[in-house]
Design a binder for this molecule. Structure first.
Ligand SMILES: Cc1cc2nc3c(=O)[nH]c(=O)nc-3n(C[C@H](O)[C@H](O)[C@H](O)COP(=O)(O)O)c2cc1C
Length: 555
C-alpha cells in the first residue's frame, strides 16, 4: 500500500487540497490567470461509432402512448400520484427536464447553450450515462447509453446480457440507473486547481435536477452508496482506456437508481452482478476529444485519488424527515416550464423586497423532507445556511443561521462567535438570528466582491459540518459535502423561479474571511458554496432561442 492509499494519507490530501484551493483577499487559488481560448473545451462529448437513439419529445420519435401529465411544481415537491410505467418516452421526458438544453443565447456572433442543470462558468463537466433494460424505441437488449444533451439522444455504449440485467434488478421492470461522471478538464481549463470543487458542486446540482425531473412522472431517484468509483467506471465505460485515447478522462461520481415503485437497494451483490455483465457486454463508441491542448493540474488528480469512493454498505436506513412548514405556496406553476426557465441572474436591481412568507417558504424546501430532492440522498444533512438577509419584509436585516440538522445546533453555536444572539427567528423553521446589521457590503466583499451577493433579497454561505463528516464517512465524503451544497442550490434556484425571482450560485468567495466573520476556527465547519436570490435585471443585449429547434415557436 503506498502512502497515499492509507485513509490517513488520503484525508491529509483532502485537507491539503481544500486549504490549498481557498481564495484569500490577497491571493486567489492557483489557475493560469488567463483564458487560453484555443484550448477551450467543447461543451458536448460524443462517442464516435456508437448508434444514436433520439429521445422523446424529438419530433418523429414514437410516443407509444406516452402523454406527459400536467404537473405543477407543488406535485413535484410532494408527489402522491401513481408512477408512470417505464418507457423510452417517459425516460426522454425526464432527461429533457433534468439535463437537457434549456436555451441558446446569442450576442453578436457568439452563440452558446444553457442547460436545465447549472454549471460554474457554464462549462458543464458532468456527463450522464443511462443503464436500463430493453425498451421499445431503444435497443432490444439491456444497455448502457451516454446521454447527448445537444441532440437529446442516447448513444449506445454497451449491450448487456438480458438475463444478467434481469437477475441484477430482481426482475423489476421499473428500474433505470443514471451514472454521473465529471470531466475535470472542462472546469480546470478556466478555474485551475479550484475546479475539482466546482465539478462536485455541478454534480450535486445534477443529482437534484434528476430527482426533480424524475418526480414529473412520480419516479423516485436515490443515490446509491454501495457503488464504488471502480464499479461506476466499469459500468459507464469511463474506465475503458482504449475508448478514451486522446479524450479527456471522466472521473466517476455517483450512481442514481430511478424507480417507479419501491426504491432499489443496490446491494454489493447487485453491483458485482452488473459489473460482471458490462465486462462481458459488447461495447461500441470512442470518446471525442474536447481540447487539443491541456494543462495538467496534479492537485486535482491527487484529490480525486484521495477521495476515490470505495462504496459503502450496511448504512442505517434514514427515517423520512417531515418538513415543518407546508411548502406548497407559490408552487402551483407548471413544473416542466419552471425547470426549463431556471437561469442564473447576472445582476439584481438592489431595491426589490420579498415578503416574509415567501422567504420562509423558500427556506422550508431546503429543509430535509420526504420528497425530492432530499429523498435521493442517503445521508442526513451536513450543510447549514449562514444567511445575509438584506431585503425581506418583516425580517430584520442581518445574519442568520438555518440549522438543517438539529443535532448540529450546539456544536455550531459553540464554534461561532460568542456574541451571536441565536434568537429564534421563526416558530416553524430552525432559523436563528445571529446579529442585526446591514450585511450588504460584507456579503459582497466575501463573495469575491460580486454585487449579486448584496443586491438581492438575501445571500448565504453553505456551512458544512466538515471534520465530523470526514471522520464518519472517510475522505470520499469530501465530494458528498459539495454534492449536498449543489442539491441545496438547485432547490433554491427553482424556489426562486417559483416565487417570480431568480438565484445565482456563487463558487467564488473568500473562504477564511467567511469563517472569520462567523468566528469559525479550524476545520470543524467550512463554507463550501455561496448563493444569492433577488429580483433580476436582464441583459437586454442577449437574444434567446429555445433549447432545441423543434421548440421554436411557429409564426
Ligand atoms: C457551482 C457554481 C458556481 C457558480 N459561481 C458563480 C459565481 O461565482 N458568480 C456568478 O456570477 N455566477 C456563478 N455561477 C452561475 C453560472 O455562471 C451559471 O450557472 C452558468 O453560466 C450557466 O447559466 P445558467 O445557470 O443560467 O444555466 C455559478 C454556478 C454554479 C453551478
Amino acid at each position: 500500500m503506498t502512502d497515499l492509499e492509507t485513509p490517513e494519507a488520503s484525508l491529509a490530501s483532502v485537507y491539503a487540497y481544500h486549504d490549498g484551493t481557498k481564495h484569500h483577499f490577497h491571493r486567489f487559488a492557483q489557475s493560469l490567470g488567463y483564458l487560453d481560448w484555443a484550448a477551450q473545451p467543447k461543451p458536448f462529448r460524443e462517442f464516435a461509432g456508437a448508434s444514436s437513439f433520439p429521445l422523446y419529445p424529438t419530433p418523429g420519435v414514437a410516443t407509444r402512448g406516452y402523454a406527459p401529465r400536467p404537473t405543477t411544481f407543488a406535485d413535484v415537491c410532494q408527489p402522491d400520484v401513481t408512477a408512470e410505467p417505464l418507457s423510452a418516452a417517459a425516460l426522454g421526458d425526464v432527461l429533457r427536464h433534468a439535463l437537457g438544453l434549456s436555451a441558446w443565447k446569442r450576442f453578436d456572433r457568439s452563440r452558446w447553450s444553457l442547460r436545465v442543470n447549472p454549471s460554474s462558468g457554464n462549462l458543464h463537466p458532468t456527463e450522464a450515462y443511462v443503464i436500463c433494460g430493453s425498451l421499445p424505441g431503444l435497443a432490444d437488449y439491456p444497455a448502457v447509453y451516454h446521454y447527448a444533451p445537444d441532440r437529446h439522444a442516447l448513444e449506445l455504449r454497451c449491450v448487456l446480457d438480458a438475463d444478467a440485467w434481469r437477475n441484477a434488478v430482481g426482475g423489476r421492470a421499473d428500474v433505470v440507473l443514471v451514472a454521473l461522471t465529471s470531466v475535470h478538464w472542462r472546469e480546470a481549463w478556466k478555474y485551475g486547481e479550484r475546479a475539482f470543487r466546482y465539478c462536485q458542486h455541478d454534480l450535486g446540482h445534477a443529482i437534484a435536477a434528476v430527482s426533480f425531473a424524475a418526480a414529473l412522472v412520480a419516479w423516485r431517484s436515490t443515490v446509491q452508496p454501495e457503488w464504488s468509483h471502480e464499479a461506476i467506471a466499469a459500468v459507464t465505460g469511463a474506465g475503458r482506456e482504449d475508448d478514451f485515447t486522446d479524450a479527456e478522462p471522466e472521473d466517476p461520481g455517483c450512481l442514481i437508481a430511478i424507480t417507479g415503485g419501491e426504491p432499489l437497494a443496490c446491494t454489493a451483490d447487485v453491483v458485482s452482478q452488473l459489473v460482471r455483465a458490462v465486462s462481458a457486454g459488447r461495447w461500441s463508441g470512442h470518446a471525442s476529444q474536447l481540447s487539443e491542448d491541456h494543462v495538467t493540474w496534479s492537485f486535482i488528480d491527487e484529490v480525486a485519488r484521495a477521495t476515490d469512493d470505495p462504496g459503502r454498505s450496511g448504512l442505517p436506513a434514514q427515517s423520512p424527515a417531515i418538513r415543518s412548514l407546508d411548502p406548497v405556496r407559490n408552487r402551483h406553476v407548471d413544473a416542466r416550464a419552471l425547470l426549463l426557465q431556471r437561469r442564473s441572474a447576472v445582476a439584481f436591481d438592489g431595491r426589490s423586497t420579498i415578503d416574509r412568507d415567501a422567504f420562509m417558504g423558500m427556506l422550508s424546501l431546503v429543509m430535509p423532507g420526504s420528497g425530492p430532492p432530499w429523498n435521493s440522498l442517503w445521508w442526513t444533512p451536513r450543510v447549514h445556511l449562514a444567511l445575509f438577509v438584506h431585503r425581506v419584509q418583516d425580517v430584520p436585516p442581518g445574519m442568520y443561521m438555518l440549522v438543517r440538522e438539529p443535532g448540529a445546533l450546539d456544536r455550531l453555536r459553540s464554534a461561532c462567535r460568542p456574541e451571536f444572539l441565536w434568537e429564534a427567528a421563526d416558530d416553524r423553521l430552525p432559523l436563528r438570528l445571529l446579529a442585526r446589521h446591514d450585511a450588504r457590503s460584507m456579503a459582497a466583499r466575501l463573495s469575491c466582491d460580486q454585487g449579486i451577493a448584496s443586491d438581492g433579497f438575501f445571500s448565504l454561505g453553505m456551512i458544512a459540518d466538515f471534520d465530523a463528516s470526514l471522520q464518519t464517512f472517510g475522505p470520499s465524503f469530501y465530494r458528498h459535502l459539495f454534492w449536498e451544497t449543489g442539491v441545496v442550490g438547485q432547490t433554491l434556484y427553482l424556489e426562486a423561479e417559483a416565487a417570480g425571482a431568480r438565484a445565482t450560485g456563487i463558487g467564488c468567495f473568500y473562504d477564511d474571511p467567511v469563517h472569520d466573520v462567523l468566528g469559525l476556527r479550524g476545520h470543524g465547519f467550512q463554507s463550501l458554496y455561496h448563493f444569492t436570490v433577488g429580483r433580476p435585471v436582464d441583459d437586454t443585449r442577449l437574444t434567446t432561442e429555445p433549447g432545441y429547434s423543434w421548440e421554436q415557436p411557429r409564426d
